[in-house]
Design a protein around this ligand. Structure first.
Ligand code: AHR
Length: 512
């Protein structure tokens, strides 16, 4: 009888039954650093990401800017502490020739953006503007080399332009003419982009041979440039592509493999970014969860050839992808809701927990394209729910990962189920511990108990991002609809922390 009453109650008020999530942290077993580059971003010459979103031109008198870059965007990105920025693509990089976009702006070569809508691109934002922006943001630049229509020579010269001492060649003279004496010392170089698709539709063997030519010439035989070369990996689970790279590229010629994974429900019918059903929400979360499996399967193949984990896995494109919002006036522009905040919380927990192999990641994309942290409309700018999750989680940058076990309830739809709660934790230099939790369940609250093994805490505080509906978002008229708030509902008792997580919530706790 009691069981029947409970089931009835549950059917009528699903949230009356609160769940027990048990987490055990092993703070005394921490040893892996969470590389801050996991919190990186991606800005492609696509839609209104660069032009309008980041760069408005040096002569713009309507939108306050520094050398053409919007001041509101600079401030937001500095506050976010972005560690690195990937540019110029994406598929755009696969036909990009960097020399078209250096020197006096009125002498630059206008080109057609072949990857994205054949728009005319005046190339006023080029290498100099990008690298200066990264310097301003204290973010490491990550350049994607054109391995499709570009040449090895062009890539070698890009390295010289960016990194060699002044006066070494006509390329460093050119840099000086662009107003820059000292090198930028760009460390991160992606060799190709999606070479199995828009980057040339190559077979893995073709890619490997070409990669070796690029990587050797860009850096010299023994990588005396000390570049961090990122080879193209598969666009999904580990397969013969990952195997081919690991087996055939000598260790001294690459430092990382990149993978891409988007949380998309169906490539031919992606659905609206702001008006979606519970079923679509669940399916998006399922896709986001696949990241764990994708990292694991690629990692298993890499472990066979590289058990000491010298080679990093870099997820240099990730995020939610929906139909382009017609109101956004830009290709791949989409609204950013609490659904995206949940993708971010869940995915960043996965990355933190795989920090032994994942050492860089880039959210796609930074402004006005796909899962953006910033949206702009002329002189207006708003921060998205994803921005706030990235900001709350930046406490993990370069902190030491705390290993853990979790017993979670499932988030269920029909016969499908995925864990409702994910968590990751780290200890920072000052000795504070941060625990980030995401409850993707849009109906049930979760009662969480955390055993703080190996850590003594006397004080706890926190921040929460939540809202009543997964579709909730910020707009240019209501920019503060979804913002983080202080979270005071966690308590410490002895060695245990207890808290109640509302449905669709991301919480970051600080313990000292
Ligand atoms: O981020 C949008 C596109 O997605 C990128 O240009 C490409 O690399 C990927 O397919």
């Amino acid at each position: 009888m009691k069981k029947i009453i409970l089931l009835l109650l549950f059917a009528i008020f699903p949230s009356v039954l609160t769940a027990q999530i048990k987490i055990t942290l092993n703070a005394d077993q921490s040893k892996i650093q969470i590389n801050r580059n996991i919190y990186g971003h991606f800005a492609e010459d696509l839609g209104r990401c660069i032009y309008g979103g980041i760069y408005v031109g040096k002569d713009n008198t309507k939108i306050p800017n520094t050398d053409g870059v919007r001041n509101d965007v600079i401030k937001a990105l500095k506050d976010l502490k972005i560690p690195n920025l990937r540019w110029p693509g994406g598929c755009f990089a696969d036909t990009y020739h960097w020399k078209d976009a250096v020197g006096p702006q009125n002498e630059r070569k206008p080109i057609e953006n072949l990857a994205w809508g054949n728009m005319r691109e005046d190339n006023s934002f080029g290498t100099t503007e990008f690298l200066n922006l990264c310097e301003l943001l204290s973010a490491e630049p990550y350049l994607a080399v054109n391995m499709n229509t570009g040449s090895v020579q062009e890539a070698v010269e890009w390295v010289q332009f960016a990194n060699h001492a002044n006066g070494t060649s006509y390329l460093t003279d050119l840099r000086e003419k662009c107003g820059r004496d000292k090198p930028w010392d760009v460390k991160f170089w992606g060799i190709g982009n999606e070479s199995w698709d828009c980057g040339g539709n190559m077979s893995v063997d073709h890619y490997i041979n070409l990669y070796k030519q690029f990587a050797t010439a860009m850096t010299s035989y023994f990588n005396t440039e000390k570049l961090y070369r990122i080879a193209v990996g598969p666009g999904g689970p580990g397969n013969e592509w990952t195997e081919g790279i690991m087996k055939n590229i000598p260790a001294r010629r690459f430092e990382a493999i990149s993978i891409h994974h988007y949380s998309v429900i169906n490539w031919s019918n992606k659905g609206s970014s702001s008006q979606f059903s519970d079923e679509e929400y669940f399916k998006t979360m399922q896709q986001a969860w696949r990241m764990d499996d994708i990292i694991r399967t690629n990692g298993e193949i890499m472990d066979k050839y590289d058990p000491v984990k010298r080679v990093a896995l870099v997820v240099d494109e990730w995020g939610g992808w929906y139909d382009t919002d017609p109101d956004g006036n830009g290709q791949l522009y989409q609204q950013n809701t609490m659904r995206d905040a949940m993708i971010a919380g869940l995915t960043l927990n996965i990355f933190n927990n795989h920090a032994d192999r994942i050492r860089m990641a880039n959210l796609a994309q930074m402004v006005n394209v796909l899962q953006s942290v910033i949206l702009t409309k002329d002189e207006k700018m708003i921060l998205t729910p994803t921005y706030y999750v990235m900001e709350m989680y930046n406490v993990h940058q370069d902190a030491i990962q705390v290993p853990m076990q979790i017993i979670s309830n499932d988030f269920v739809m029909g016969n499908d189920r995925i864990p409702a709660v994910t968590v990751s934790a780290s200890k920072d230099k000052s000795g504070k511990m941060h625990i980030s939790l995401a409850n993707i369940d849009n109906i049930n609250s979760q009662q969480v108990e955390i055993d703080l093994k190996g850590f003594n805490a006397t004080h706890i505080s926190g921040k929460i991002l939540t809202s009543s509906k997964v579709q909730d978002h910020n707009t240019f008229d209501n920019p503060k609809n979804v913002v983080p708030k202080n979270f005071n509902d966690a308590s410490i008792s002895g060695n245990y922390v207890k808290l109640m997580m509302p449905p669709i919530s991301v919480i970051v706790l600080e313990l000292e």
